[in-house]
Write a protein that binds this ligand. Structure first.
Ligand code: 13P
Ligand code: SF4
Length: 348
């Protein structure tokens, strides 16, 4: 918890002073100490919509990670300032696809004569320049709550999809929601020549999956599911689609963070839930529903380290000086280790 005991009160006062000029968004994986100040909480899809729906807000503080704030920045007007409290709050998955790597992959598809029939689809969890590449090449951006709709749209326009950067969301959606075979999917490794694939594999594939994954959801294993089923009879296993295919296949329910929350809320008292997503959210769900047994799917604690970089001192501690005098000079950020594009995102 924050060491400065006056921090909460000061942040409350500063927020009240700014009134409607300030709008605070909080992703479900944020710490409690940050979430308490959010005007709206949500998954990345809901938060992007909320940001776009606030033209009156001069300052949008995005308590989440870089690609989310960057997306809000794209969806809001030039006059609005989107603030990411810590520019080092990136996403390891988004960092697994660099524009130059994606361009190399696309050139390979062009050389093989299959780029024309391939629609690129990128998960929201990617940098703005990847989203731009996808847009320029007739593709679309999806989130975990609309991936099936996005893939359906893409397959109406081409016979193949290049799915970036989360292999698991791409595979799980294609196989479990759209009835594809696992053999329809190939894994493109940007660190290997030709992605580690033969021309035949690329020509035959319907889904070309980028070799990227979430460092949090990728930790859950089939063993975790088996262990909890043995330990807690009747337990419901509820996971995010960024989990590995074998984990999602073995689970009872799969969906985005908003879906996970809705499912737990609708569950009957006394039911047991092992939830495979980020720990801040699972903890909050457990605290909010003491009548249900809610546990983390993996017994080893796992937060998203970059989501956790946003804490009360970084996100709210400087609100007393808002809006900062030197705002315009601060609004040109430089990329950090976790960021892939200089944008007009601002830190406080
Ligand atoms: P959603 O917010 O789309 O559920 O995605 C989860 C996630 O990992 C965000 O980084
Ligand atoms: Fe990225 Fe995974 Fe963290 Fe989400 S939970 S920000 S996908 S590393």
């Amino acid at each position: 918890s924050p060491s400065d005991p006056t921090l909460v009160e000061r942040a409350q006062r500063a927020k009240a002073a700014l009134g409607d000029r300030l709008f605070v968004l909080g992703h479900h994986y944020q710490r409690d100490e940050v979430i308490q100040f959010a005007d709206v909480t949500g998954d990345s899809f809901k938060l992007a919509r909320e940001a776009a729906a606030r033209p009156e807000a001069e300052f949008i503080v995005f308590c989440g990670v870089h690609f989310m704030a960057e997306s809000a920045d794209i969806l809001t007007s030039e006059a609005q300032k989107v603030v990411l409290p810590d520019l080092g709050a990136g996403c390891s998955m988004a960092d697994m696809a660099a524009l130059s790597q994606v361009e190399t992959a696309w050139e390979l598809l062009e050389d093989l004569g299959i780029a024309g029939s391939t629609v690129p689809v990128t998960y929201m969890n990617s940098s703005a320049d990847i989203k731009g590449f996808v847009g320029r090449n007739g593709g679309v951006v999806c989130t975990s709550s609309n991936a099936e709709r996005a893939l359906t749209w893409a397959f109406e326009r081409g016979s193949k999809v290049l799915f970036l950067p989360d292999q698991h969301l791409g595979r799980n959606t294609a196989v479990l929601e759209m009835g594809f075979d696992l053999e329809d999917c190939v894994l493109y490794d940007p660190h290997k020549p030709n992605g580690g694939l033969t021309p035949e594999q690329l020509r035959d594939a319907r889904m070309i999956l980028w070799r990227g994954h979430c460092s949090v959801h990728g930790r859950f294993t089939l063993g975790c599911v088996e262990e909890v089923r043995e330990r807690v009879p009747g337990v419901n296993v509820l996971v995010h689609p960024e989990c590995r295919h074998e984990v999602v296949t073995a689970a009872d329910h799969v969906g985005s963070t908003e879906y996970i929350i809705r499912t737990v809320e609708a569950a009957p008292a006394g039911s047991s839930w092992a939830v495979g997503t980020e720990l801040n959210l699972v903890r909050r769900l457990a605290n909010a529903h003491p009548d249900k047994q809610i546990m983390f799917l993996d017994r080893n604690v796992c937060y998203c380290s970059t989501m956790n970089r946003i804490d009360l001192p970084t996100s709210c501690g400087r609100w007393r000086s808002w809006p900062p005098a030197a705002w315009s000079t601060r609004s040109r950020s430089t990329p950090t280790r976790h960021t892939t594009r200089a944008s007009r995102l601002t830190r406080c």
